[in-house]
Write a protein that binds this ligand. Structure first.
Ligand SMILES: NC(=O)c1ccc[n+]([C@@H]2O[C@H](COP(=O)([O-])OP(=O)(O)OC[C@H]3O[C@@H](n4cnc5c(N)ncnc54)[C@H](O)[C@@H]3O)[C@@H](O)[C@H]2O)c1
Ligand SMILES: O=P(O)(O)OC[C@H](O)CO
Length: 376
């Protein structure tokens, strides 16, 4: 399409773009996701070039508003400094305004804020909207666990896919090769549209018809990352860390399948599964803060360490460990999941960090190295 005197003209063979994207969230991963998407909307004729990015507004130490600085410099100076997002990314602090024209909504905020965000969006989005969640976490309700994609679907009445994977944002920001998995249910065409929107030569995305499995992998690996951080903080070495990762993967798979019998074994071999578990236990923020927690003998709280070490970025693993613990307790499954249980008990100070490989009387001794019959 060619702009003539600022009016966009279409020739006979060209259709106006169908899809307009808004990214709800502008943290570390939210900013990188906006950059990936914006590079593609410029190339794909079915998408409008402009990508709106909703910013939870804050005032920087300079006294300037973060949104103004992003729009002036094309950089999220707080959450992704040094990276240009693409001139077609437009930051907007007004949530309602940011989503008004969009029909492809990308949700990427820390999970604890999503319930409030959904409430504000009820009745405010286009009726033909599709959604995708890049959020690793879950909510626990009276009725039981609720995945974030389910929260979005139920509250907003939209179909919601998920995108998870071995995706440390700072590495993708500098275009180092990574993979990701789009989880979907039902319509493959919609999933393919998301795959197209995110894929670049350095970000290889594939689709998997197992939305619960993909989302639970992304959510639960953060609990295992906390355990891996404890092992690092206690200088226990690589063998111990590998053992923790193996046991963690077993618990991830068992928990997912107990909650949703539809979860597929093969999902755990996708980027969202074993690959994300490895990268997060080697280089993630949950691992880093848990290492500091263990080095301090559990005497400095995770809240304090998060504020000091992450400068506004948020951990998901500590709250996810609590949410998983609530589910296990409610279902009577605590004894089947000693790693998940122990991580929560260490985070809350009920057990010392060294307990990650020592089991007290109230945690069972067997399943940490459990045989094949310990789980379904
Ligand atoms: N950073 C990564 O490497 C990475 C990679 C893959 C997935 N994820 C997942 O993506 C999700 C978002 O992570 P992120 O790295 O973009 O965020 P982040 O950790 O950088 O969190 C900071 C963001 O939270 C916002 N925020 C703070 N208080 C808020 C409030 N009250 N309401 C709404 N927003 C508020 C901040 O404005 C900022 O945008 C998480 O679930 C995370 O697990 C992160
Ligand atoms: O830095 P973390 O621990 O939040 O992990 C980041 C991503 O989820 C890794 O894929």
């Amino acid at each position: 399409m060619a702009p003539v005197n600022n009016i966009v003209q279409y020739n006979n063979n060209e259709h106006p773009p169908t899809f307009k994207v808004t990214v709800v969230g502008s943290g570390n991963w939210g900013s990188v996701a906006s950059k990936l998407i914006a590079s593609n909307t410029l190339k794909l004729s079915s998408f409008h070039d402009e990508v709106k990015m909703w910013v939870f507004e804050e005032t920087l130490p300079s006294g300037e508003k973060l949104t103004d600085v992003i729009n002036d410099t094309n950089e999220n100076v707080k959450y992704l400094p040094g990276i240009k997002l693409g001139r077609n990314v437009v930051a907007d602090p007004d949530l309602e305004n940011a989503v008004r024209d969009a029909n492809m909504l990308v949700f990427v905020t820390p999970h604890q804020f999503m319930e409030g965000i959904c409430k504000k969006l009820i009745g405010k989005i286009r009726s033909d909207s599709q959604a995708i969640s890049l959020i690793k976490g879950m909510e626990v309700k009276k009725e039981g666990p609720c995945m974030i994609s389910t929260l979005i679907s139920q509250q907003l009445g939209v179909n919601c896919c998920v995108l998870m994977g071995a995706n440390i944002a700072n590495e993708i920001a500098v275009e180092k090769f990574s993979e990701a998995t789009v989880g979907y249910r039902g319509n493959r065409e919609i999933a393919e549209n998301w795959v197209q929107l995110f894929s670049t030569p350095y970000f290889m995305v594939s689709a998997c018809q197992d939305v619960e499995g993909v989302e639970l992998c992304g959510t639960l690996k953060n609990v295992v990352a906390i355990a891996a951080g404890f092992v690092d903080g206690l200088d226990m070495g690589n063998n111990t860390k590998a053992a923790i990762m193996r046991i963690g993967l077993r618990e991830m798979k068992a928990f997912s399948k107990l909650l949703f019998s539809s979860v597929k074994d093969s999902t755990f071999f996708e980027s969202c599964g074993v690959a994300d578990l490895i990268t997060t236990c080697l280089g993630g923020r949950n691992r880093k803060c848990a290492e500091a927690f263990a080095k301090n003998g559990g005497k400095r709280s995770f809240d304090e360490l998060e504020a000091e070490m992450l400068q506004g970025q948020k951990l998901q693993g500590v709250s996810t460990a609590k949410e998983v613990y609530e589910v296990l307790k409610h279902k009577g499954w605590l004894e089947m999941f000693p790693l998940f249980t122990t991580v929560h008990e260490i985070c809350t100070g009920r057990l010392p960090p060294t307990s990650i490989v020592e089991y007290s009387e109230h945690t069972p001794k067997f399943p940490l190295v459990g045989g094949p019959t310990a789980f379904p």
